[in-house]
Design a protein around this ligand. Structure first.
Ligand SMILES: Cc1cc2nc3c(=O)[nH]c(=O)nc-3n(C[C@H](O)[C@H](O)[C@H](O)COP(=O)(O)OP(=O)(O)OC[C@H]3O[C@@H](n4cnc5c(N)ncnc54)[C@H](O)[C@@H]3O)c2cc1C
Length: 296
């Protein structure tokens, strides 16, 4: 323990700078905690997921001081209705309050600014490899000590306890273009045998960009082909103008949830919805609820 006297000891070390990690750090920072966030990527990560801000997510962002005014100023596109397609049947729902489409890097920029304004330190390019308990402290990678260490490393990390075979998988991209038969200001969801217990989707995210994707839990080996066919049905066979090429990721929605030793948030706690694939709401909510109540 003597070595700790010569090192910086943080009140809290948050593992992972995704939505959950940044939200947790921002709230702890507001409460006056000395907080360090550790992120394996060299900067804010443009993960293949999360351009859709649902009606449930908007109030969670507001808890962090990111209101609808800030979202609109950042370029978020209001989404006022959803269309669901079940074979030949179609159902339209008008939202009472707007949802938003916003490229994930912009959302991540908003979340990082809130954290940095509250004196949180973010260390990028830092892959967490080990967390040990030493007396009253947790020690990360043998040299960083925290009174609290929080796991916000997403569905798949070295600390994961659910098997990846238990996790649903999704592929999405961002495409410039004019998809056929698609409304602006609208989420579109397509259900059917090609998508098993998941669905395909397309929605606008501003500046002529569309988020397009497919996710599934029970037919994961078919997701890539289903994605390719869906993309062609929207944009035809011409070479596509990608802002971000199709990429895949697991969704933190395990049916076999397991308790972790460290407090876990968002996808790391398998809190994403198994029925909708939505996860940012739960990442923010779990992070803010935890950070507002934890005591040193
Ligand atoms: C294709 C797809 C589309 C989706 N679309 C939406 C959507 O439109 N709306 C929505 O609400 N949800 C969506 N989701 C779900 C949503 O993206 C996740 O639920 C959300 O990102 C979870 O946030 P998180 O902070 O818990 O985890 P993550 O976003 O996964 O963040 C974890 C962070 O931890 C870092 N990390 C991991 N391991 C280490 C390590 N060893 N050391 C340091 N850092 C590490 C990662 O690099 C990452 O930055 C989608 C998911 C998929 C797969």
């Amino acid at each position: 323990m003597e070595w700790m006297l010569s090192r910086t000891v943080y009140d809290a070390i948050v593992l992972g700078a995704g939505p959950a990690g940044l939200a947790c750090a921002a709230v702890l920072g507001k409460r006056g905690f000395h907080v360090l966030v550790l992120e394996q990527w060299p900067g804010i990560r443009d993960k293949v997921c999360g351009d859709g801000i649902s009606v449930f997510c908007v109030p969670q962002l507001a808890r962090l001081g990111i209101g609808e005014k800030e979202l609109l100023e950042a370029g978020a596109l209001p989404i006022l209705r959803k269309k669901e397609f079940f074979g030949n049947e179609e159902k339209t729902t008008v939202y009472e309050k707007p949802c938003y489409g916003l490229p994930r890097p912009i959302l991540m920029g908003l979340l990082s600014h809130v954290a940095l304004r509250r004196k949180v330190r973010i260390h990028f390019g830092f892959p967490v490899q080990k967390v040990e308990k030493e007396g009253d402290f947790y020690v990360v990678n043998h040299h960083l000590a925290g009174k609290i260490v929080v796991n916000a490393m997403g569905a798949v990390s070295f600390l994961r306890l659910a098997e990846t075979r238990d996790l649903p998988f999704g592929i999405s991209s961002r495409i410039f273009g004019n998809p056929s038969g698609i409304d602006n200001h609208c989420y579109h969801f397509y259900y059917g045998p090609d998508y098993g217990n998941g669905y395909a989707w397309i929605f606008p995210i501003g500046n002529g960009l569309w988020n397009v994707g497919v996710w599934n839990g029970d037919k994961r080996k078919d997701v890539a082909e289903a994605y390719r066919q869906f993309e062609r049905s929207l944009f035809g066979e011409e070479p596509l103008n990608y802002d971000r090429k199709p990429g895949g990721a697991f969704i933190g929605a395990s049916n076999g949830k397991v308790a972790l030793d460290l407090p876990a948030l968002g996808d790391a706690a398998y809190l994403a919805s198994y029925s909708s694939g939505e996860g940012i709401t739960y990442a923010l909510q779990s992070a803010i609820d935890y950070a507002e109540t934890v005591v040193l």
